[in-house]
Design a binder for this molecule. Structure first.
Ligand SMILES: C[S@@+](CC[C@H](N)C(=O)[O-])C[C@H]1O[C@@H](n2cnc3c(N)ncnc32)[C@H](O)[C@@H]1O
Length: 288
């Protein structure tokens, strides 16, 4: 499999060999199975033959490419020995996961995703209306951005925020190919989505929050960017459910999301549990 998320270790029969966050097949097909960093093994052996310089270059490309910037922080972060899929950085009692590389972008566009994630139900939960301004934070390839853009219409706007320029390139090609004109790409930083204060009706993070390098700062900026009464919606794989075939650091419990969101002026409104593997957790900006 090519273009897999570098964090794959799936074993569920539902997603064997295909889902980057599940456990590896018992007897992997070495010719097709990606290594830990997303390279098919045939490519790996070419790299080995190419010698140490190529190895260093390949490692630089393959390791999480999101910018890791040392930035001042008000939030209490601590460190632990990194777990295989983690950063070793701990916030509010959980280890932050590694950022999904743009090398895995094709996984975000996999055809079976509609069945596994039911984006139709996610969009329904967002209760969008024409003219709304929506931030898709950690937009990736824009899997949700263009779908939201269609619903908010020409008078609305989608701010597609990313830290990986390669993801924004991908997103730009896909939205242009669909003739979508109301998606605005924004290159944020790991701690700042670069959204104007009071400008957004709904902010959405699908499968993003658990891997934010600066979750406290990002939520503070997102809360500022919401209009009074605006909503912040998290979509995360359900951490409470062991049957969800996703690696633990890429799941979150509702309690953990609430604990972290409620450090900010955000009031929990409801949690939707009708998706196959994820929950949709909705907060409203307090005081709005
Ligand atoms: C697993 S992907 C999900 C992409 C998209 N939301 C989807 O569901 O298809 C997570 C994305 O979040 C992005 N990301 C991580 N930290 C970010 C940050 N601080 N600001 C914006 N994007 C971020 C990563 O670059 C990656 O593309």
């Amino acid at each position: 499999m090519r273009n897999a998320d570098p964090r794959s270790r799936a074993s569920s029969p539902r997603c064997e060999g295909a889902h980057p966050r599940a456990h590896p097949p018992a007897q992997p097909d070495r010719g097709k199975t990606p290594d830990d960093r997303g390279f098919p093994s045939s490519k790996r052996s070419r790299i080995r033959r190419a010698g140490p310089v190529a190895l260093i270059a390949a490692a630089a490309l393959a390791v999480s490419p999101a910018p890791i910037l040392a930035q001042p922080t008000a939030a209490p972060y601590t460190t632990v020995a990194p777990s295989p899929d983690g950063t070793g950085k701990v916030f509010a009692g959980r280890e932050i996961a590694r950022v999904m590389s743009w090398h895995g972008a094709a996984w975000l566009e996999r055809p079976e995703r509609a069945r596994e994630e039911r984006p139709d139900l996610v969009l329904e939960a967002l209760a969008l209306a024409p003219g709304m301004k929506v931030a898709d934070v950690g937009a990736g390839t824009g899997y949700y951005s263009w779908r939201i853009a269609e619903r908010v219409g020409e008078g609305g706007r989608v701010y597609a925020v990313e830290v990986q320029p390669q993801m924004l390139d991908y997103l730009g090609r896909l939205t242009a190919g669909r003739g979508v004109k109301n998606v605005e790409p924004i290159l944020g930083t790991p701690s700042d989505p670069k959204l104007a204060p009071g400008s957004v009706d709904v902010a959405l993070m699908v499968d993003v929050y658990h891997e934010l390098e600066f979750p406290y700062e990002m939520l503070a900026r997102i809360a500022e960017a919401l209009k009074p009464g605006g909503r912040l919606v998290f979509v995360e794989y359900r951490g409470e459910d062991p049957s969800v075939p996703i690696k633990p650091l890429h799941k979150m419990t509702e309690a953990q999301v609430r604990k972290e969101a409620e450090m900010h002026p955000l009031a929990w409104e409801r949690t939707i549990t009708t998706l196959p593997w994820q929950h949709v957790i909705v907060f409203r900006k307090s005081g709005g």
